[in-house]
Design a binder for this molecule. Structure first.
Ligand code: ADP
Ligand code: ADP
Length: 232
């Protein structure tokens, strides 16, 4: 199933009146529901910019982005926000959990943003997700009462709570020791299989990117490859 398709995506920034910098050049590729892909490239190659475009947080200068086969360029900002809220789960390097909320309430946050007060069913599902990430006993804890790896697992559960078609993760293990990083990485893999969503993660860690089935490689804002390769 096609989840995301980029067709000739370009992004330029105006950095002074006569000058613009072209950050993304004619990027085209597709992500399907069985894709588990790494987005890699040197610092400054355009990974964050591309992630923002794919996450409907930023509009490309030209080209079209299709999410679930719907062209997004002609949508209103409100439609894009709704689509983002229901179909895209984000995980960041710094998890951005709300310190005043329990792990459970953090997981419920996206649902509250989408439709207000969580139902009993929402709570059950959030608990189920916390169990999936191995934190069922810690649902009542605040983020600062959890380790870095546990906090990131809460962030993964939060990204899943809307049952999104696409998970975008920006250096989700960048802030973790290698053992927690491996646990969180395995969690993404499990999630991809179980929930049949497309997962794309930005990583500088070659061990992780080579363990993904696909590598989307950027260099100077150009796509170097978007191939599938055998996981080692
Ligand atoms: P972003 O992708 O969010 O724009 P950068 O790619 O610039 O951020 O880098 C994110 C963080 O990773 C920075 O703190 C940077 O110093 C660090 N970093 C960049 N390149 C590498 C690398 N090859 N190995 C490890 N850390 C890196
Ligand atoms: P990466 O995540 O791979 O480090 P980025 O997408 O952050 O790369 O940045 C790619 C290029 O775009 C960099 O040269 C950066 O300086 C430039 N850039 C990013 N955001 C802006 C902006 N708002 N205005 C101007 N240039 C930007």
């Amino acid at each position: 199933r096609e989840i995301l398709r980029l067709d000739g995506i370009c992004k330029s920034y105006q950095v002074g009146l006569p000058t613009q910098t072209d950050v993304l050049h004619n990027i085209s590729f597709q992500l399907d529901s069985n894709d588990f892909a790494a987005l890699v490239g040197p610092s400054g190659s355009g990974k964050s910019t591309l992630l923002n475009v794919m996450g409907l947080l930023d509009q490309p200068t030209s080209g079209e982005l299709y999410l679930l086969q719907q062209a997004t360029s002609t949508m209103t900002e409100r439609q894009r926000t709704e689509l983002r809220g229901s179909e895209i789960g984000f995980v960041f390097q710094f998890h951005h959990l709300i310190q005043a909320f329990s792990a459970l309430d953090n997981v419920l946050m996206p649902l509250m943003l989408n439709h207000g007060k969580p139902t009993a069913e929402d709570r059950d599902y959030a608990r189920h997700l916390l169990a999936q990430v191995g934190l069922e006993k810690l649902a009542g804890r605040r983020p600062n009462e959890l380790s870095g790896g546990q906090q990131q697992r809460v962030a993964v559960a939060r990204a899943l709570v809307t049952k999104p078609a696409l998970i975008l993760a920006d250096e989700p293990t960048g802030n973790l020791d290698s053992k927690s990083a491996a646990t969180v990485f395995e969690l993404f893999r499990k999630i991809q299989v179980e929930y049949q969503c497309a997962v794309l993660l930005v990583t500088h860690d070659e061990r992780l990117s080579s363990a993904c089935e696909r590598t989307i490689q950027l260099f100077d804002g150009r796509l170097q490859s978007a191939d599938e390769h055998q996981a080692r």
